[in-house]
Design a protein around this ligand. Structure first.
Ligand code: SF4
Length: 425
């Protein structure tokens, strides 16, 4: 039987989809985007827009493949189970039971019994999954943690992904060894709150320290980490371990202390600034990217001005900008809301700033040599990513998944262009 998977949202969802795909392939199912007998949609609920998009895709797939077995999973179905229950879905789950996908599908094929399962329990066990080889990217993801206990005022994730739990330390190492032997030179450690990784007495730094000993593994990246989790032990590791990517994605969310407080974030701007200074003392040219929510309740004109100034002061290398989106059931949804037009204006301001910051950061690398992990051919170039997360357009055509030493020659039409100096091997 043939199947396809449509994935929305974050790297955690991407990992879980890849896992479901691998399990189905190993069980004899065939991947086919065009004529599937089974369609799996792994949904996202991070914003209202993501929910809308998830529902739209479910309808679209049902329309295009009316006879296929329709499977819906993920954060949006978890968050709005009653809405999804009204749709004609054959297997409907939330964030639990993705690891049972093969049995659920086989059971449906044999008996045609529709299946729905949701739990509202926050204290869940870590649902063990394991991917041996990623089919869609050269970089491999490992989900090392799930859930969040922070309850930021605007966020629904703690309600749909449960409380913090982590993957068995030895199992992460085993998974990374297999991925590395299958030619993945870079792994990205992912989770909802990756910095809270804890297995017995081992934390994230202990895990990276052990992962770095795997010889075939060249680069270890974190999908993101909270500023409060960048403790001295981690900073020491950052200083001494060359395999850690020269890039940290640290969500800021607002640059105004008033708004940060209303968001129930666990730091203020002074704390953020001090930690960034510490990081830059260790790695002066590190790329620090961030997430910015714009238009959260209580973001006055003055607060927004402070926010923009703070982003400039921190000198991020890129801002991921999101207009605040009201999520029912969260504390922020009960606060006075900001007009959509104001949000749009402010998003524009931060996007423009991001462009400036990106250009400034990238231009400091012109004339320098960086290792690039190649991904795909794009016209006369091969694209790839550096340790500090720059997308480089290398002149010429190279096979994917090679670590090449590249000299950055120019920034041309918003592209960072480089030439191979020599291949690392
Ligand atoms: S840390 Fe805050 S923003 Fe991030 S998932 Fe947890 S509650 Fe949501």
């Amino acid at each position: 039987m043939k199947f396809k998977i449509v994935t929305l949202g974050c790297k955690v969802n991407a990992y879980e989809s890849e896992y479901m795909k691998e399990c189905l392939l190993k069980s004899g199912f065939i991947y086919d985007d065009n004529y599937p007998d089974i369609v799996i949609i792994n949904t996202c609920s991070v914003t209202n827009m993501a929910d809308r998009k998830s529902r739209k895709i479910v309808h679209k797939e049902k329309r295009e493949h009316p006879l296929a077995c329709l499977v819906v999973a993920g954060c949006s179905s978890q968050n709005h189970s009653s809405d999804y229950e009204k749709m004609d879905i054959d297997i409907l789950i939330g964030n639990k039971n993705k690891s049972k996908i093969v049995d659920l599908i086989k059971d449906y094929i044999d008996n045609h019994n529709k299946y729905t399962y949701f739990t509202s329990n926050r204290d869940l066990e870590f649902e063990d999954m394991k991917v041996e080889k990623f089919t869609t990217h050269t970089r491999a993801y490992i989900k090392i943690e799930d859930g969040c206990d922070n309850f930021c005022s605007y966020c629904i994730i703690p309600y749909v992904r449960g409380s913090v739990r982590s993957k068995d330390f030895q199992k992460v190492l085993e998974e990374a060894r297999v991925l590395a032997l299958n030619n993945h030179q870079e792994i990205v450690l992912t989770g909802i709150h990756t910095g809270r990784y804890q297995w017995m007495d081992k934390d994230l730094s202990d895990l990276i320290y052990e992962l770095a000993k795997i010889p075939e593994l060249k680069r270890i990246r974190l999908s993101s980490i909270e500023i409060t989790e960048l403790n001295d032990k981690f900073l020491e590791l950052l200083k001494n371990e060359p395999k850690i990517a020269n890039h940290l994605h640290i969500p800021l969310q607002s640059g105004s202390d008033t708004v940060l407080k209303m968001m129930n974030r666990k730091y203020n701007t002074a704390y953020f600034k001090e930690k960034i200074a510490k990081i830059r003392r260790i790695c002066p040219d590190i790329s620090i990217t961030t997430d910015c929510i714009v238009g959260h309740p209580y973001e006055t004109v003055e607060c927004f001005k402070e926010y923009v100034d703070f982003c400039k002061e921190i000198n991020f290398s890129k801002l991921h900008v999101f207009p605040y989106s009201k999520r029912d059931g969260t504390a922020s949804s009960r606060m006075p809301q900001i007009d959509d037009d104001i949000k749009k204006e402010r998003v524009k301001v931060l996007l423009e700033l991001s462009k400036e910051l990106e250009d400034t950061y990238a231009s400091t690398f012109v004339g320098k040599k960086l290792l690039v992990l190649t991904e795909e051919i794009d016209g006369e170039y091969t694209t790839g990513l550096t340790s500090n997360y720059l997308k480089v357009y290398i002149k010429g055509k190279y096979t994917s998944n090679q670590m090449l030493l590249v000299e950055i020659t120019e920034i041309k039409n918003d592209k960072i262009v480089g030439e191979v100096v020599l291949s690392q091997e």
